[in-house]
Design a protein around this ligand. Structure first.
Ligand code: PLP
Length: 280
């Protein structure tokens, strides 16, 4: 079956998608993106993703071609066209196509593209946990925007791969912010702690889901920054994200977190997350 893309309001096969080398996404990373989860053929937390996309495109002064409702309908059609049951929808919008000048080009039309990708739930890593290494967070000061400029994240993820670990933990002068493509949470004395949703982290959709679930499970939460030292002294640590869901972090920089195994609070949140997954 041919892979179907959403491209400029049309559902067409990949072979018919023609993106210009003058697309500003290509030159400048001048655009925004979202990654949606699809469970049992159903788009997950769609409104939260579109709210975040709107915030990013507004900040970049890029106009979405349609409202949330119309775009959701298009993504649902895309999911159906590709008969996707378990996986993701990747969607990006760039400022458009124009000869290369830094300032916004007059009259360029935004280019919107989306595709689906089958992806199994990360069952093995959720069960076993991952290791991580710390690295200085060298990104700009608008990490709350989901822009196409991901070079620091790409370099950081490669650092994790080079160390044989699952991810990096970003810190700014010792204060943990998040990971290369996920948010970080620790558990200390039964309290879940994570960096506040400010300009230094992406406001993860999964982060918000997990904080809500923690509250309904009666687990106290605190949105306050913590240090690498506090991470190393934590009872438990885990990351949250659209593709990683709730994945335990069992060691950082070669040192075990807690007893070096996924903790009880992490397990409780994983179960609550699982129970909230939409079923067909
Ligand atoms: N932080 C960063 C830097 C990310 O790239 C992502 C997801 O891609 C997240 C956090 C998690 O966000 P979400 O839960 O919306 O997937």
């Amino acid at each position: 079956m041919q892979q179907i893309y959403l491209y400029q309001n049309r559902l067409i096969p990949l072979t018919q998608v023609h993106i210009s080398p003058e697309d500003r996404g290509y030159y400048f990373g001048d655009g925004a993106y979202e990654v949606f989860r699809v469970y049992n053929g159903i788009l997950y937390e769609t409104e939260a993703h579109f709210t975040r996309l709107k915030k990013t495109v507004d900040a970049l002064r890029i106009k979405l071609p349609a409202d949330h409702t119309a775009l959701t309908r298009q993504l649902e059609e895309l999911v159906r066209a590709n008969r996707l049951q378990e996986g993701i929808v990747y969607m990006q919008i760039t400022r458009g196509t124009a000869p290369r000048v830094h300032a916004f080009p007059a009259g360029a039309e935004p280019v919107l593209m989306a595709y689906t990708q089958p992806l199994a739930r990360p069952v093995a890593t959720m069960e076993k946990g991952i290791s991580a290494v710390t690295t200085e967070d060298i990104r700009w000061l608008r990490c709350d925007l989901k822009t196409l400029n991901l070079l620091p994240n790409v370099m950081a993820k490669q650092t994790a791969v080079d160390h044989g670990t699952g991810d990096v933990v970003f810190h700014r002068s010792g204060t943990v912010t998040e990971c290369s493509a996920s948010n970080m949470m620790i558990v200390k004395n039964g309290v879940v702690r994570t960096h506040p949703a400010d300009n230094l982290i992406l406001h993860g959709v999964t982060r918000a889901v997990v904080l809500r679930l923690a509250q309904s499970e009666g687990i106290p939460t605190q949105e306050t920054p913590f240090t690498v030292e506090e991470l190393l002294q934590a009872d438990e640590a885990f990351i949250t994200g659209t593709t990683v869901e709730v994945t335990p972090v069992t060691s950082v920089d070669g040192k075990p977190i807690g007893d070096g195994r996924p903790g009880a609070v992490t397990r409780q949140l994983q179960q609550a997350f699982e129970a909230a997954i939409p079923t067909a």
